[in-house]
Design a protein around this ligand. Structure first.
Ligand code: GDP
Ligand code: GDP
Length: 434
């Protein structure tokens, strides 16, 4: 898993400018905490071939000076707790402020790599002035200008050098199942229930970073890694921070898994946050299983489960071919069914269909239901093949790929699902010129 780098410092020193330079057009996740702090940003980047995540911890506060200082302290505390390396940014234009000294005091005691970035060093005069920042007692500093990027290369060279080794590649290539969901959905109870009862457990591997724990698991003849995002509890007193970091952990777990087990609380429903996680998993083209937990708490009548399921499927549109398991970790109802289902989804995702078989099945369907003529032209699909990607992607070769529209692509996707079973797995269909 990639490491986390946090950027801390008081407002206006240039943290978000630096962050934006690192992330560029890549997507950043913005976490708006209403009223109290300004947006926090989280994004991924790479330097010298090393991937890492960056947090701009924000920290702009409207309110009195005390609130303001408390906020900065909290920001730094969180960075110390969560990050693998810290960039402490100061501003040569203003020089050292008391708040910079406070932050330096906190950071001097930290047992993690800290990089002092003296920003806004746009000219040689400022380069000279930067020397005063030695007195913060943090050792060497990096003069940079975030607006034009000067000096940032040296800083990033040193930074990635200090990051812990990326150990993911060394791990055996076991399927990875990530257990994700909102806090309190029952993720840790679920994992404890599985592990507690299981004699086949092989080892506990401490996560490569502190934000997840991998447990090697062996059952039903399947071996996989369970990625637990809930296993580590934060001491943080602040609820919204907990929530933010829990989202961040989920994002990372999703990016590094094969199948996402999305645990939701039946009493809360498929709400906005669950939908976000679902959408993220889908966009990352991961296998998905929805686990509706705490089913014991729901009053049931004849059709309760069916209706509940229909409601969820409505929210999932257009990707509705996803298994939904109603379970209760408390009563142990269907918890192994959940795992069996995840294994099935994993198999669906790794399925490779022979070109001959694929054409045998799909060409007659296409012949019976050809793409509609477009501007008086007919699309002729000649053959199809599955691409050698980790997740199912299919290419259909034809004369006029640009005339094949989305409804027909969906039609083909649905036929593929029906004929070959890709339940729980996003499938891509491409039309290419031949
Ligand atoms: P943050 O509050 O720490 O995130 O700071 P911002 O990134 O919003 O930057 C605050 C101000 O400093 C903005 O007006 C930036 O344009 C300016 N700024 C950022 N980096 C530089 C720099 O390298 N040189 C100069 N001259 N200004 C900068
Ligand atoms: P996490 O934050 O997602 O890891 O959630 P936890 O595993 O800590 O569970 C949150 C709370 O929900 C705990 O009090 C659990 O005992 C409770 N809980 C978990 N699963 C169930 C369930 O199936 N039924 C009921 N009634 N409570 C559950």
């Amino acid at each position: 898993m990639s490491s986390i780098v946090a950027i801390v410092g008081r407002p206006n020193v240039g943290k978000s400018t630096f962050f934006n330079r690192l992330i560029q057009r890549r997507e950043a996740i913005v976490d708006s905490v209403s009223g109290v702090t300004r947006d926090r940003h989280y994004g991924k980047t790479d330097w010298n071939g090393r991937n890492f995540s960056v947090i701009d911890t924000g920290g702009y506060v409207v309110g009195s000076e005390d609130v303001f200082e408390a906020e900065i302290d909290k920001q730094v505390e969180l960075a110390i707790e969560e990050a693998d390396a810290i960039v402490f940014m100061v501003d040569v234009e203003t020089g050292i402020t008391p708040m910079d000294e406070d932050v330096a005091n906190l950071l001097r005691r930290v047992n993690k790599p800290v990089f002092l970035a003296v920003n806004k060093v746009d000219n040689s005069k400022r380069l000279e002035n930067a020397v005063e920042f030695y007195s913060l007692g943090l050792g060497e500093y990096y003069p940079i200008a975030s607006t034009n990027g000067s000096g940032t290369g040296e800083l990033l060279d040193a930074l990635v050098e200090a990051l812990p080794e990326d150990t993911r590649e060394e791990e055996a290539e076991l399927p990875r199942f990530a257990v994700v969901g909102r806090p309190n959905a029952g993720k840790s109870s679920f994992i404890n229930a599985l592990i507690g009862e299981d004699r086949y457990i092989v080892t506990d591997i401490a996560g490569t970073t502190r934000d997840s724990i991998d447990t090697r698991y062996n059952r039903f003849g399947f071996e996989f890694n369970l990625v637990d995002t809930a296993g580590i509890r934060r001491k943080s007193k602040v609820k919204e921070d907990l929530e933010f970091y829990s989202v961040m952990r989920s994002v990372r777990a999703i990016e590094h898994c094969d199948v996402c087990l999305i645990v939701m609380d039946a009493t809360r429903g498929f709400d906005g946050q669950v939908q976000n996680i679902f959408w993220l998993a889908q966009r990352n083209r991961k296998g998905i299983v929805i686990l509706v937990n705490k089913w014991d708490l729901v009053d049931k009548e004849t059709n309760t489960m069916k209706e509940y399921e229909q409601q969820i499927r409505q929210e999932m549109e257009p990707f509705t071919d996803v298994p939904i398991v109603f379970m209760s970790v408390l009563t142990k109802q269907r918890i192994f069914k959940a795992i069996e289902t995840a294994v099935e989804v994993y198999q669906n995702r790794s399925k490779k269909i022979k070109t001959s078989e694929l054409n045998e099945v799909m060409l007659p369907i296409i012949e019976a239901y050809p793409p509609p003529a477009y501007k008086g032209k007919y699309v002729k699909i000649k053959f199809c093949t599955q691409l050698p990607t980790p997740q199912p992607q299919f290419a259909f070769f034809c004369n006029l790929p640009q005339y094949v529209k989305d409804p027909y692509k969906r039609f083909i996707e649905n036929k593929l699902r029906k004929e070959f079973n890709f339940t729980g797995v996003p499938v891509s269909v491409y039309f290419r010129k031949k």
